[in-house]
Ligand binder design. Structure first.
Ligand code: TXA
Ligand code: MG
Length: 352
């Protein structure tokens, strides 16, 4: 049985939070909003509760979880050592959508970190998440509250689509504001490496660090930092094929028109997940459109991205078309999630 409790995102009712916190303390699973996506929380120090997260999601045991704390000063509870660079980053970005990889404290069960010697730590800024962690009085292990391999949830309805009946409590505080997951930075090595682009832009990290930040990629040589283990090539997948047009906007729009034309003629239910300005240019084809907002507002696009994927999928699209955006600010995270969701990637030929 899943209990769904509505809660004000800005001023959560302490009685509602107390009920959810009690469920966490007694080994239950609580789905809660963070500023990025909804998380599926359990007491990080309770091995059995943590095991229930993996079972509920169908998540492989090799994929470690993020531990959520109420404040940066609590990091010593779960990290053996908090390097100076972590303090500097948190003084600017905590609370917020930044996850740091730190040396693991022996107190944290191996199940949480998938046997690794490091632990992922994040201090969420969403008032509901903060109140819940505070009231529970324990570190909260929480992956995104979706079935493994599906799109991350940005509403309580998304959580219930994937996890109704297997999660004990869902705190419903409406849509999450950032819409893509946290940025993951590994500061257990020198220099730090970006394992997953997310809600804190790379440029913002670089401004604090004072040097460029390297991004781990799937093709990094052996012995080099790999991307976060959970960022499998097709990790954020909708359940229908997604064709991604990766190139300049004019090229992408032309290619999308031609592709849509052919697919529609073949009887496909074609849908497009595009910046608002593209939606206008594609409207006459008669396909389903999900405008993400103007491409100059990448934060707005990021906030709508997962909602768009889930909406088109549930409305019966058999093919989704999308295009990349400029690789700056939140564009890096948007493009990363689109590439992982894509079944087909079409790239503009390099100019000679
Ligand atoms: O925004 C977010 O980060 C959301 C909200 C709920 O906080 N959480 C989230 O968790 O996206 P999850 O489990 O869906 O993604 C966490 C990623 C996974 O790819 C996992 O492999 C990686 O973090 N990760 C966790 N611990 C790690 C570690 N010790 N070293 C490297 N990667 C780690
Ligand atoms: Mg996830």
């Amino acid at each position: 049985m899943t209990l769904v409790l509505s809660v004000d995102p800005a001023a959560p009712d302490p009685d509602v939070i107390a009920r959810a916190a009690e469920a966490l303390r007694s080994g239950g699973l609580v789905a809660f909003p963070t500023e990025t996506v909804y998380g599926l929380g359990a007491n990080a120090l309770d091995t059995r509760a943590v095991a229930r997260i993996f079972a509920a999601k169908g998540r492989p045991a090799y994929d470690p979880l993020i531990v959520h704390l109420a404040r940066a000063e609590d990091a010593a509870l779960v990290a053996r050592e908090v390097p100076e660079v972590a303090r500097r980053l948190w003084s600017r970005f905590a609370p917020g959508p930044l996850t740091l990889i730190l040396p693991k404290h022996p107190r944290v069960p191996a199940r949480v970190t998938a046997g690794r010697d490091t632990v992922a730590v994040r201090i969420p800024s969403h008032p509901v998440a903060r109140a819940l962690i505070e009231a529970a009085g324990v570190p909260v292990a929480a992956p995104s509250a979706n079935r493994f391999g599906h799109v991350s949830p940005t509403t309580a309805a998304h959580v219930l689509e994937d996890l109704a009946g297997v999660v004990d409590v869902v705190l419903d505080a409406g849509p999450t504001p950032v819409g893509v997951e946290s940025t993951i930075l590994d500061v257990s090595r020198e220099p730090p490496v970006l394992l997953r682009p997310g809600g804190v832009p790379r440029e913002a990290l670089e401004a604090v660090l004072g040097h460029p930040v390297r991004i781990a990629t799937a093709s990094t040589p052996e012995g080099e930092p790999a991307p976060a283990p959970g960022t499998l090539p097709r990790h954020y997948a909708p359940r229908v094929p997604l064709w991604l047009f990766d190139g300049p906007p004019d090229w992408a729009r032309t290619m999308m028109r031609e592709t849509a034309h052919v697919l529609l003629a073949q009887g496909e239910q074609v849908a497009a997940l595009v910046p608002a300005e593209d939606a206008a240019a594609l409207r006459d084809l008669g396909m389903q459109l999900f405008p993400l907002g103007p491409s100059e507002d990448l934060a707005h696009m990021a906030a709508r991205l997962f909602e768009g994927l889930r909406t088109l999928e549930s409305q019966g699209a058999t093919v989704i078309l999308a295009r990349t955006v400029p690789n700056q600010g939140l564009g890096l995270a948007i493009n990363d999630r689109l590439r992982r969701a894509a079944t087909h990637v079409l790239r503009a030929a390099a100019r000679l």
